[in-house]
Design a binder for this molecule. Structure first.
Ligand code: CA
Length: 343
């Protein structure tokens, strides 16, 4: 009888240890992420944020949201009773407003001292996020690296792609205006990999995909890749035409007439990206990388190079997410472009 009692005590202790271990383990997994945001463009204090919970742990009293200038804690009695929790101003101990034209919104865990999630809201300039209109929500995509706009918000339940896709189409032409057939046009990436289309005999391509800020690029063997960052709007069509330049030195009439630094690709990137540049004549070339405040963080190349198209890869593995600048520098020429590392 006494032995049975000991067994029960042992089982209870074991159970407590298991529960405690699960809690410890759960804390390592990020329990909340931003999932969807709805904001009134005319009233920055009128917003709704949906959080997504990766597990069933209720630790809501430890979490608080902050905008760039304000902090607001969750009310203590808030419970997470499903995978989705909706935060409004009424759900917070103190209110804050979100600037519809750009704000940084963070989700903290005070007990762990962690920033769980961060949004650069409406920050189109940095290619990281689009700015939703009133009655349009901003949704996280499955990969969690990308946001899209939705004309039919689903606050409180799983995000979907209904009314959240836009059309992109256009033509790929060479510099003489002739259609380029079999060019590969890449519409960014999703969780399955690259999304691409191939031009037909008219040089035409088209996509119907998520309304996100995306990098779209066109390429073909022996042509220089051209790319562009664009905002796709839901239930809308945008036309993007490309002009491809031959990278073949034999066609001198089709190549640039001065040293040229091309936009890196992919961009944004993680952690590697390629930088192409064209030299009209041989020159001593340096390719420098600068951080956002203009400090030089790396010199990729410093050597004499022949004329023509060159290509160099930059590995941002050792560097933090953010905006960087790359510079093509010769004794008589300098050009700078921007790139974005997102980890
Ligand atoms: Ca949703």
């Amino acid at each position: 009888m006494k032995n049975n009692y000991k067994k029960h005590i042992f089982k209870i202790i074991l159970l407590i240890i298991i529960i405690f271990s699960i809690n410890i383990f759960s804390n390592i997994i990020i329990p909340y992420n931003f999932s969807e945001i709805l904001l009134d463009q005319t009233d920055s204090s009128n917003w709704i944020i949906e959080l997504y919970n990766d597990n069933d742990l209720d630790r809501s009293e430890f979490y608080y949201l902050t905008s760039k200038s304000d902090t607001a804690y969750f009310k203590e009695n808030m419970n997470l009773d499903s995978n989705y929790i909706v935060i409004t101003i009424d759900s917070l101990k103190s209110s804050f407003s979100i600037n519809p034209k750009g704000d940084i919104i963070k989700l903290h865990d005070t007990s762990l001292g962690l920033v769980l999630d961060i949004i650069l809201f409406g920050n189109v300039e940095n290619y990281l996020i689009s700015a939703p209109d009133t009655n349009q929500s901003m949704n996280i995509y499955k990969s969690k690296y990308r946001w899209y706009l939705d004309n039919s918000p689903t606050i409180g339940k799983a995000n979907d792609l209904e009314n959240a896709k836009g059309n992109v189409d256009g033509f790929v032409l060479d510099n003489l205006g002739n259609p380029v057939q079999y060019a590969r046009v890449i519409y960014g990436e999703d969780y399955n990999g690259q999304i691409s289309d191939t031009t037909d005999s008219n040089g035409y391509y088209n996509f119907n995909h998520i309304a996100a800020t995306i990098e779209i690029s066109a390429s073909k063997n022996n042509y220089v890749i051209i790319d562009s960052i664009i905002q796709i709007l839901p239930d809308d069509t945008i036309a993007i035409n490309f002009t491809l330049y031959s990278s073949n030195n034999k066609n001198n009439q089709t190549i640039p007439t001065k040293h040229t630094l091309f936009q890196n690709y992919p961009n944004p990137f993680n952690p590697k990206t390629t930088i192409d540049y064209y030299l009209v004549k041989s020159a001593n070339v340096r390719i420098n990388i600068y951080d956002i405040i203009g400090s030089k963080i790396k010199t990729l190349i410093n050597e004499n190079q022949s004329s023509g198209i060159h290509s160099i890869q930059f590995d941002g593995n050792r560097f933090a997410s953010g905006i960087y600048y790359y510079q093509l520098l010769t004794p008589e020429y300098s050009e700078v472009r921007k790139m974005v590392l997102i980890k």
